[in-house]
Design a protein around this ligand. Structure first.
Ligand code: SF4
Ligand code: SF4
Length: 296
């Protein structure tokens, strides 16, 4: 998405690995913005394999939608076992083995290519339930909230993430909590957002994951900056890397036992420490200037 004057900012919040405080930053930022300008922000939890923003925001859920994809069903009476469907499938989700045609629906991307190439019309596309998207509000109705749940055992988060992202409201500042890591679910979330905040810890392990995340953002063309969480626990490797690679450090959240205790109680930074509101709002306003989005 190219920033322009017709939509508000969309910020993805990602991390090269889990447990770095990504969701704490995303939810705290949403609450801080809401405190400054009530009713202008939405939070989308795109970590559909393990959504947990609801634990911190405690939203009122008002609607649920089933996410379904089309998967192939083979009529063996019409099938000639030619193997064309297996050859065209990019995801190894259909296989022809001797007289059997096996389908692996948890791998299927629902692209329809197998049905399209089948010379005998032996393949019918049928709906399969892969997850659920919930909508509601947090902060007494002021923050729009959406999260998604991939069904246990399903491998492909993409269709659920897509439905969550369909809820982006261009009239609001959208904060998207991305799945940890740099694989497809993270990329699906970050792609198309105006900016990606990468949350990391200042340790060698954090640095390694941060480098992967920065490369991923650059490859998909989304500008990124860094929030260092638990600043002070490790070394200066992250600082040196950011300086040498021209990556902006947007905010430092210190290693502080009181923050960890608040998080373990289910409190955000802004719930527990009001003094964090302004620095978080300042980060968003700074990003607005960086990507030149004009608030509507
Ligand atoms: S393409 Fe059609 S006919 Fe060929 S093996 Fe697959 S289902 Fe059977
Ligand atoms: S719909 Fe696409 S992904 Fe699914 S089995 Fe057919 S070709 Fe493979």
């Amino acid at each position: 998405m190219q920033p322009d004057s017709t939509h508000q900012l969309s910020i993805s919040v990602a991390a090269g690995k889990g447990g770095t405080g990504k969701t704490l930053v995303a939810t705290s930022m949403a609450l801080a913005l809401d405190a400054e300008q009530p009713g202008t922000v939405q939070l989308l939890d795109c970590d559909v394999e393990e959504p947990n923003a609801h634990l911190l925001l405690q939203p009122d859920i008002t609607a649920q939608e089933k996410v379904e994809v089309l998967v192939p069903e083979v009529d063996l009476d019409l099938c000639t076992r030619c193997g064309d469907c297996a050859k065209v499938c990019q995801f190894s989700a259909i296989a022809v083995i001797r007289q059997a045609v096996l389908t692996f629906h948890d791998l299927c991307a629902g692209c329809g290519a197998c049905a399209w190439v089948c010379p005998t019309n032996a393949i019918t596309e049928v709906k399969r339930h892969v997850g659920t998207v919930r909508d509601g509000t947090a902060a007494e109705g002021r923050i729009s909230f959406t999260d998604g749940y991939l069904n246990i055992g399903d491998q492909r988060a993409g269709p659920v993430t897509t439905v969550v992202k369909d809820r982006i409201d261009p009239q609001k500042i959208s904060i998207l909590d991305a799945p940890p890591g740099t694989a497809c679910p993270m990329q699906d979330t970050v792609e198309g957002t105006d900016y990606c905040i990468l949350v990391t810890e200042p340790t060698p392990f954090g640095l390694s994951n941060l480098k992967d995340a920065v490369l991923t953002c650059r490859r998909i063309g989304v500008p990124c900056g860094v929030v260092i969480n638990r600043d002070g626990v490790g070394d200066d490797g992250v600082d040196k890397y950011c300086e040498s690679d021209g990556i902006e450090i947007l905010l430092r959240i210190p290693q502080d036992r009181r923050i960890a205790e608040a998080y373990s109680r289910g409190d955000t930074l802004t719930d527990a420490f009001a003094q964090w509101r302004q620095p978080l709002v300042d980060v968003v306003r700074h990003i607005e200037q960086l990507v030149a989005v004009t608030p509507t």
